[in-house]
Write a protein that binds this ligand. Structure first.
Ligand code: HEM
Length: 162
């Protein structure tokens, strides 16, 4: 499994652009502070009293150009070299991060590898969309509902046996 680095990179890049969990609610267990970096490079420290509710906005971090070059582009290779681990939180982070992360990674690698090795996957050609640009097609195929979780609107793909 550890040799399927490119397949995992594709799964990670998908989770970066379309994180399944879009915000992670937390409650401060004790009085603390939170320091954020401002656009001008300075820092602001906020008091966070015990009991404060904080929602971590996952896409806000995953699309932040401070950490990701061309954040709106699907570039799996960005996960092959050195990448900003703390700016990628589809499974949360820290002591209460997702218990099933490795389970998902193994299963995801197995499913995706078997699918692409057995099927050629193409976008369905539909006369109504014959004149669309690449960008329009990308937006149509990746359109999703964003609630607590992300769900695709429509997946117009055709699987052809290899
Ligand atoms: C793409 C797949 C998955 C994603 C994106 C995902 C994401 C998450 C996120 C964001 C959290 C909350 C972390 C936090 O509160 O900081 C979480 C928690 C959790 N996940 Fe997942 N998860 C996935 C798959 C799974 C699977 C396959 C399992 C079980 C086999 C699982 C079991 C859990 C459990 C038990 C927790 C609670 C951990 C705790 O509170 O200590 N997850 N997951």
């Amino acid at each position: 499994m550890s040799r399927f680095t490119r397949v995992l990179a594709v799964l990670y890049e998908t989770l970066r652009l379309f994180p399944t969990v879009t915000y992670i609610p937390k409650v401060a267990a004790q009085d603390t502070t939170l320091t954020v970096r401002n656009v001008d490079g300075g820092e602001t420290t906020f008091p966070v009293p015990s009991g404060t509710e904080i929602n971590i906005h996952v896409p806000g971090l995953h699309y932040n150009p401070r950490y990701w070059k061309e954040p709106h582009k699907f570039i799996p290779d960005r996960f092959l070299g050195d990448w900003p681990k703390d700016a990628f939180i589809p499974f949360g982070q820290g002591a209460r991060a997702c218990l099933g992360k490795r389970f998902f990674e193994i299963e995801g690698i197995a499913v995706l590898t078997m699918l692409v090795s057995r099927y050629k996957i193409e976008v369905k050609e539909e006369p109504a969309f014959a004149l669309e640009t690449f960008e329009e097609r990308y937006a149509r195929i990746t359109a999703f509902n964003q609630g607590l979780t992300t769900s695709s609107l429509r997946v117009p793909l055709v699987f052809k046996r290899r």
